[in-house]
Design a protein around this ligand. Sequence first.
Ligand code: FAD
Length: 464
Amino acid sequence: MERPKLGEVPRQNVAELDPKIRSKNFEEVTLNFDEDTAVKEALRCIQCKKPKCVSECPASVKIPEFIDLIAQRKFLEAASKIKETNSLPAACGRVCPQETQCEGVCVVGIKFEPVAIGKLERFAADYERAHSQGRPTKPASNGKTVCVIGSGPAGLACAGDLVKLGYEITVLEALHTLGGVLIYGIPEFRLPNELVAYEIENLKSQGVTFITNVTAGLSKTFEDLRKDYDAVFLGTGAGLPVFIGIDGEHLCGVYSANEYLTRINLMGANNFPTVDTPLIRHKKVAILGGGNVAMDACRVALRVGAEKVYCIYRRTEKELPARLEEVHHAKEEGVEFRLLRSPMEIIGDENANVVSIRTQVMELGEPGPDGRRSPVKVEGKTEDIEVDSVIVAIGTTPNPLIAKRVPELQTNKKGTFVFNEENMETTIPGVFAGGDAARGAATVILAIGDGKRAANGIHEYLSK
Ligand SMILES: Cc1cc2nc3c(=O)[nH]c(=O)nc-3n(C[C@H](O)[C@H](O)[C@H](O)COP(=O)(O)OP(=O)(O)OC[C@H]3O[C@@H](n4cnc5c(N)ncnc54)[C@H](O)[C@@H]3O)c2cc1C
């Protein structure tokens, strides 16, 4: 196929499941390009000499190069090209906020719609999985050992790069399932678990040892880990939910988004009607917050049988921090947005069950130093919304479990590990950190970038 003139071919779309049907099941919402459509979309890329998309990508994926390989129908080579810098392309193709990263600076997007970089990344990754050439094998060992704590994207990326260099890697995971937020947080209709499991199997075939149900700092002391391994990577994430501190957060029917999503994703609470849990009895659910976590909770609530789902957010739609695609999908599926509303109090009945939520009506004030307009109260104006469940999705912080027990491991005000940006080393030599544990709740691609940078740092440290 010939490269079309700029703007001649519109951005190619992928099919999506019907909102009415999909909002009742957990099937993946967004489908994949077929080969011809992927090639057609790839040919829209103008192959910039100084590609801004690469510099905007936290993992510096070689975007024009992999897209050019797709255009040449070299799909497996395209996947390998991505994997040179991003070990989880099937996940990133699905969940990265491309509109504020690579696609946000795509030159084609100045006049026309940007190249669908995320969807092409997903296409290449899914093609590779479907046409797998067999599992990678174990490289020769260099005799040095590294303990990776946490099996989220940061830990997996770090383990993946180090194992290739011959390190003996042990990943410790506190939960019974591997994958971090990719498994326990992000629901299957956005990121099917099998994709993450596939990458974990690849790491196992290269010799990475995974041990689940081990909480580093508790069931294994940090001191023992320091003695047993030549270096340690802390990829422990930011799994501790933050609550608002309003009255009524103790009531029955109030959950943190983390608990709510974990109960569904890891504990099968969505397997109704065979499983009976309080989660599936709620019919009117309010989700507090406007990020990706809030969108996931809203869309899950619909899928487990809620008839009314309200997303309550203090600013306007323009300021919603969630990915545009998630907001669009949530609206299509029937989530009602109650914008410019700030939660004041959760109201319960005599049995301590939630019956409503009182919200303060807000308006946008002057922009702050970051350019964002802050919400301010409209005095005397409140709104009560009748609900029987409230899910708090306003953020998370790192779990202080390890930091509390190891005073030399410095943290800053937000509880994140203090680290050196270049090599991800913490305040203890030989101990490295990355992902949400180091940055606070962020994104998958940042966690992957950190894991890879830490792998480099560890390699340098152990090569001295
Ligand atoms: C619901 C939800 C939706 C999201 N949606 C998006 C999205 O659309 N796009 C995007 O880019 N990002 C999204 N994010 C954010 C993204 O998932 C995180 O930034 C990313 O997973 C961070 O990776 P990590 O490896 O640092 O931590 P995590 O993924 O949190 O993994 C940390 C792992 O460490 C384990 N652990 C913690 N402490 C210990 C210990 N002491 N011992 C052993 N194991 C331990 C935890 O159990 C966990 O498995 C979302 C987050 C959530 C919660």
